[in-house]
Write a new protein. Structure first.
Ligand code: ADP
Ligand code: MG
Length: 362
C-alpha cells in the first residue's frame, strides 16, 4: 500500500462526541425504556405507565408517581454527567441506585428529535414542563423562552421522547420493524414488572392510541412473585415452577431467590431472567451453567424457564464495565454460579418426588 502522510489529530466537536457516546448507550427503544424505568424506580415510583408509538421509535413515553425533579434542577436534567445520585468516585462502590453517571437522559436527548418532561415534587404546588434537545433545555416553540413552564399536574414525572434516531439514519434503518421494537420494549417492561411485582411496583404498557394494555400488573404490597409470573407468563408454566432459595450466611457473601421450571416443563428457547441487586443483567455464564444442568434433565431440544434474583454485597459488584450496564462483574463469580446450580439440582431432584405437595404449597 502507498504510504499516506500522517494526518493531523484534531478534537472532535462536542456535538459529535455526545452523539457517538449516546449511540453506545441507546441502541434501540428498548434500551432507552430500560434507562427510563430505572430512573422511575430510583425516584421511588410504585406505578409506571409506558406508552409507545411505532415500537417507541415515534414516541416513547413513561409516566411515574415518584419523587419528581425539583424545578431548579430542570436546566441540568439532560446535561451529560449531571446526576443527583453520585457525588464522589468512592460512592461507586456502594451504589444503591440504578443510575449514577447522568448519561441516560442526555443520550436520549441527543438521539431524539425532541424530549419533554412534566414533573412535580411533593413540595411544589404546581408541575413544571420543559423541553430538551441535544442536552440542552430549549423553548417549546422557536422564539419562546426555554424556562420551564408551571402548569397543573400530579406528583411524579412524565418523560416523552419523540422520533428516536431521527439524526442517526443508519441506526434507524437497521431497526426495521416497529412490531419487533415494540416486542423488545414490552419484554423489558415485563421483566421489571415480574421482579418488582413483589416489591409493590405495578407496570402498564400499551401502544399509543390503544385502550387495551398489553401488560398490566398491580401496584400492591401483597403481590407474590408467583402471582405476577402467572399473570405475565400463564399458569401452564407457573404451576411447573419450583422455588430456589439460598439465604445469606456468614460464609456466603450472596443470597439468591427465584423460580425455575421442573423436569415436566420444556420449550424451544430458554427463558432466563436474571437480576443482580435488582438490576436486570445478562449473566451468560450463569445461563450456560443452568442450560447444561437442564440438558441432562429435559428431552433433547427442550429448554427451561428461569427467574433468579441475586443479592451480592455492592462492594463486590462492578456495574461500571459496560455503557448499557447490561453486563456487571462480581467477585467469586465461578463459586457463586456453582453454588446456585448445585442448589438448583437439589431442589429439582426433590421436585420429582414431591411435586403435588410443592405446588399446592406455592
Ligand atoms: P442518572 O440516573 O445516572 O442520574 P439520568 O440521565 O438517567 O442519570 O437522569 C439524570 C437525573 O434526572 C437523575 O439523577 C435524577 O435526578 C433525574 N431524574 C431522571 N428521571 C427521573 C424521574 N423519573 N423521576 C425523578 N427524577 C428523575
Ligand atoms: Mg438514570
Amino acid at each position: 500500500r502507498p504510504l499516506q502522510p500522517a494526518r493531523p489529530i484534531q478534537r472532535l466537536d462536542e456535538a459529535v462526541v455526545n452523539r457517538i457516546a449516546a449511540g453506545e448507550i441507546i441502541h434501540r427503544p428498548a434500551n432507552a425504556l430500560k434507562e427510563l424505568i430505572e430512573n422511575s424506580l430510583d425516584a421511588g415510583a410504585d406505578l409506571i405507565k409506558i406508552t409507545l408509538k411505532e415500537g417507541g421509535l415515534k414516541l416513547l413515553q413513561i409516566q411515574d408517581n415518584g419523587c419528581g425533579v425539583r424545578p431548579s434542577d430542570l436546566p441540568l436534567l439532560c446535561e451529560r454527567f449531571a446526576t443527583s445520585k453520585l457525588r464522589d468516585f468512592s460512592d461507586l462502590s456502594k451504589m444503591t441506585t440504578f443510575g449514577f453517571r447522568g448519561e441516560a437522559l442526555a443520550s436520549i436527548s441527543f438521539v431524539s428529535a425532541s424530549m419533554s418532561i412534566l414533573t412535580k415534587t411533593r413540595n411544589e404546588a404546581l408541575a413544571y414542563k420543559a423541553f430538551y434537545s441535544a442536552g440542552e433545555m430549549v423553548p417549546a416553540k422557536p422564539g419562546q423562552s426555554s424556562d420551564p413552564k408551571a402548569c397543573a399536574g400530579t406528583d411524579g414525572t412524565t418523560i416523552a421522547a419523540q422520533d428516536l434516531f431521527f439524526n442517526v439514519p443508519q441506526r434507524r434503518r437497521a431497526l426495521k420493524s416497529a412490531a419487533e421494537e415494540y416486542n423488545r420494549a414490552l419484554d423489558v417492561a415485563a421483566k421489571y414488572a415480574l421482579h418488582y411485582g413483589a416489591r409493590g411496583v405495578g407496570f402498564v404498557c400499551k401502544k399509543s392510541g390503544s385502550n387495551a394494555a398489553d401488560l398490566s400488573t398491580p401496584a400492591s404490597p401483597n403481590t407474590k412473585t408467583l402471582d405476577t409470573i402467572r399473570l405475565l407468563h400463564g399458569n401452564a408454566v407457573a404451576r411447573e415452577l419450583v422455588h430456589l432459595k439460598i439465604s445469606q450466611t456468614v460464609s456466603l457473601s450472596f443470597s439468591v431467590e427465584g423460580w425455575i421450571s421442573g423436569a415436566n416443563w420444556s420449550t424451544k428457547r430458554t427463558t432466563f431472567l436474571c437480576f443482580i441487586n435488582d438490576r436486570l443483567v445478562d449473566c451468560p455464564a450463569l445461563k450456560r451453567s443452568f442450560e447444561s444442568l437442564y440438558s441432562a434433565l429435559l428431552p433433547k431440544g427442550g429448554h427451561p424457564w428461569i427467574y433468579v434474583s441475586l443479592k451480592i454485597d455492592p462492594d463486590k459488584v462492578d456495574v461500571n464495565v459496560h455503557p448499557t450496564k447490561r453486563e456487571v462483574h462480581f467477585l467469586d463469580e465461578e463459586d457463586i454460579i456453582e453454588r446456585i446450580c448445585s442448589e438448583a439440582q437439589t431442589v429439582l431432584a426433590g421436585a420429582n418426588t414431591s411435586r403435588t405437595f410443592q405446588f399446592t404449597q406455592a
